[in-house]
Design a protein around this ligand. Sequence first.
Ligand SMILES: Nc1ncnc2c1ncn2[C@@H]1O[C@H](COP(=O)(O)OP(=O)(O)OP(=O)(O)O)[C@@H](O)[C@H]1O
Length: 445
Amino acid sequence: MKILVVDDEPNIRRTLRVALETMGHEVQEAASASTALSEVERQPCDVALVDLRLGGESGLELLESLRAQSPRLAVVLITAHASIDTAVEAIRRGALDYLPKPFTPAQVRAVLERVDQVRGLRDRVADLEQQVRDIVPEVELESSDPQMQQVMELTRLVASADAAVLIRGENGTGKGVLARALHAWSKRAGGPFVTVNCPSLSSDLLESDLFGHVKGAFTGAVRDAAGKVAAAEGGTLFLDEIGELPPALQPKLLRFLQEKRYERVGEAKTRIADVRLVAATNRDLESAVASGDFREDLLYRLNVVELTLPPLRRRSDIRTLAEHLLAFFSRQSGGRLKGFTPEAHDRLARYAWPGNLRELRNAVERATILAAGPLVGLADLPDRIGQMQTDASRSIEIGQSATLEQVEFEHIRRVLVAAPNLEAAARILGIDPSTLYRKRKQYGL
Ligand SMILES: Nc1ncnc2c1ncn2[C@@H]1O[C@H](COP(=O)(O)OP(=O)(O)OP(=O)(O)O)[C@@H](O)[C@H]1O
């Protein structure tokens, strides 16, 4: 973890730095409240260890300012006057814990383990919140489109088997939604549904995210972690964007698929899990196999059954889908909107929908907020749809009349089309793969 030590006594700062660095943490120091605040602003950290008496300043006040400035920061107070009262006051004002002075390295370690546990729980809550959002109440799986009807029929058929399933389709076509439906219709429905986003983490972190790790396996592994394979026990593990699975992890996943066996990072003990694997990809995995980026044996293990979702532009039910989504969002906001104008419908039917159902959903939700009603018109649709020229790939020129959002959307879209994979696209854009991942979701790309 990144830890900020705030104490006006150089000796305490030095002792803590040595102890914390020995435990594998990164340490920043501050001798006063104002330095502490500017340090946190300059470089975000995970934990602040704050002395209660900072010369003439109060650690309790700094605690409040730090919490206001950086709500995710865990603050631990250090106090030579450990009384129940100060401890209670510190916790009441948002401290996560306190350390009595003088302290031993073991006490520091114990406090940090608690901080790490709380952070783990917080992440778990965020993850669960995301899952609740992912359950997507607006989803309509019934379709009059013949291709979709075929996909749904096959999904119901294979749901009861335990075979691995590979879901193919462009971004936003509903692969995640279909994976959930598959789980809900399977005999594992009572078990957990756990998602792993393959491109959002580095190879090492992804391995530990999947299979778990033991305490001390790497810097920052301060306690054992079970991993998502274990979390999905008795249920379904959904590997999103499997085409981005780093090569180093592919043999490990293959072994897991074949034998249901795996090891946590840093541990030799073999564990067994009863988990069904469903994977999704928007990439042409056959060409990834041909270029050596994806193992052929893994592809064959994953696609025992294949389900392919059609892109939205090829679906004959765009109109019904748009009406369904509008009815859903309109209900949530008092039922003001009754439908689309004929021009808006026409545009929705002719637009290319590079972000597929996600883009349609976002466009309709946005229109529900903007439209005066009772019908959604062209002006209520995002510019790229409403002002679309007949050529869907109209060019945006830098310096010409375009919003920053349009420019960012178009630039990211084109880089994604041209780059061989997400990591390369993130490198070109000069952003983190996880930021790119979020932006794609935001823009429905
Ligand atoms: N059948 C549906 N009815 C209504 N909305 C849908 C449907 N399928 C998908 N959506 C909308 O599109 C969004 C994206 O779906 P989902 O995440 O399943 O797509 P995906 O193909 O997995 O995308 P990605 O490849 O980017 O992960 C959903 O959150 C939902 O809002």
